[in-house]
Design a protein around this ligand. Structure first.
Ligand SMILES: *Cc1c(COP(=O)(O)O)cnc(C)c1O
Length: 439
């Protein structure tokens, strides 16, 4: 009897998770290996091989002292910051595992997840700008990013200076000088250099190494971070931190999520750059929800496989399309014709991606005939999913862009935007062949 009571009273020993490892036999493990386990130990969750989805709005403290300690960390009354989980607007187990794994892909110290790519980008920018500041950005940007700078931040006294994606070091120097003068006149600073490479839909690449050299020469690198939207080639084919960027952001909706079944975003970089972004996310909300974070953990296990296959498929499809009599040209990073762009590609990219522009001989009518005849590829905006998608930027995503700007960006009526998926490449070629026959 007493034995039974004693057994019940015996506190169960707290099971300790194993320390995560990143090396084996003196070897640094690759991200594709770490995606299966890093940051999660089944011992914490009844042995469940996969992390459960933690649907909770708040987290219980072990005792009052632990609660006090946590809030001392948050408020800065104790150095070292807050540890542990407290409330689901700030963090959660699924999001923390996801963020640890996203940081691995980018070679970053820290990462933050968001409810969409645009939430990530807007909170990132807002975390660094004050009234009078200037943002320098490459152009074109994803339309909503460009709009946020030009139409939203402008309401708070933030101005911008932009430069074309392919700009040379000299051109970037001139733009930074102009931005510096503008910031001084407005009583502010150059708050951020924000890049997107390759640019959509031109696929023009930004020379991140040249931007870093120009920034280091003209501005204080501890004040003006270089951020880059790496949605089109990351995390596999471009690692901008290696080229001198400080902050990398993503629409995880695209290749990282990869199944066209979720919307999410992320920002990664050194802790010192992430801390203000985290603080603003804590205030505003916008963290990815637990279910989406879990889906992304699933996606990260296959991101390398999927991107490799999509990249190989795109190379085969583009090889077929390049000599087709009804094709005027291709905007594909595997067939760069400009020597300077090729040089940037060779220094920054390890693959040509699977999103490209197809220029069909003719105009809107011919493009529509092609799009309407596709049987495997689906007619939809977005990119980076398992399935092949095709769209017509001039009449869809870029319909509201003024004609003059469309012409400057090369968004013509015969441009079809294609994102190749992981289907069988010969089936895709057969689909494009029969659709081009209908043009
Ligand atoms: C889709 C996209 C975004 C926006 O991401 P959402 O997840 O849709 O909010 C930002 N940048 C690029 C390059 C994109 O393709």
């Amino acid at each position: 009897m007493t034995d039974a009571i004693d057994a019940v009273d015996q506190p169960t020993p707290r099971r300790k998770p194993k320390e995560p490892i990143t090396t084996i036999g003196g070897r640094q493990m690759k991200p594709s290996t770490l995606m299966m386990g890093y940051g999660y130990d089944p011992v914490l969750s009844e042995g469940s091989l996969k992390p459960p989805i933690f649907l909770t709005s708040t987290f219980a403290f072990e005792n009052a002292a632990a609660g006090k300690r946590h809030f001392e960390g948050i408020t800065g009354k104790r150095a070292g910051g807050a540890e542990g989980l407290v409330y689901s607007r700030f963090n959660g187990p699924n999001q923390e595992i996801l963020e640890d794994r996203l940081a691995i892909w980018d070679g970053a110290e820290d990462a933050l997840s968001f409810s969409s790519g645009m939430t990530a980008i807007c909170i990132l920018m807002m975390a660094f700008v004050s009234q009078g500041d200037v943002i320098v950005h490459s152009g074109p940007l994803y339309a909503a990013s460009e709009g946020f700078v030009a139409r939203v931040l402008s309401k708070f006294g933030v101005t911008y200076v932009d430069f074309p994606a392919g700009a040379t070091r000299e051109e970037i120097d001139a733009v930074l000088a102009k931005a510096k003068a503008q910031a001084e006149a407005n009583g502010g600073k150059v708050a951020m250099i924000y890049l997107e490479s390759p640019a959509n839909p031109t696929n023009a690449l930004v020379d991140v190494e040249a931007v870093k050299a120009a920034r280091d020469a003209a501005l204080d690198p501890s004040v003006t971070p270089i951020a880059i939207d790496n949605t089109f080639l990351g995390p596999l084919w471009q690692r901008p931190i290696d080229n001198g960027a400080d902050i990398v952001c993503y629409s995880l909706t695209k290749y990282v999520g990869g199944h066209s079944d979720l919307v999410a975003g992320s920002v990664s970089g050194a802790k010192r750059w992430m801390d203000p972004v985290r603080a603003l996310r804590n205030t505003m909300g916008g963290i990815a929800d637990p279910n989406t974070a879990w889906m992304l953990l699933r996606s990260l296990e296959t991101v390398e496989l999927r991107m490799q296959r999509a990249g190989e498929n795109a190379a085969k499809v583009c090889e077929y399309l390049r000599s087709h009599p009804k094709v005027e040209g291709l905007g594909y990073l595997g067939f760069i014709r400009d020597a300077r762009q090729q040089d940037i590609f060779d220094r920054h990219c390890s693959g040509a991606g699977s999103t490209f522009s197809l220029f069909i001989k003719g105009g809107e009518a011919e493009s529509f005939a092609f799009l309407d005849a596709l049987k495997v590829a689906k007619l939809a905006v977005s990119l980076g999913g398992t399935e092949t998608l095709a769209s017509h930027p001039a009449s869809m995503t870029h319909l509201s862009v003024p004609d003059e700007r469309k012409a400057a960006l090369g968004i013509t009526d015969n441009l079809v935007r294609i994102s190749i998926g992981i289907e069988d490449p010969d089936d895709l070629i057969a689909d494009f062949e029969q659709a081009l026959a209908k043009v």
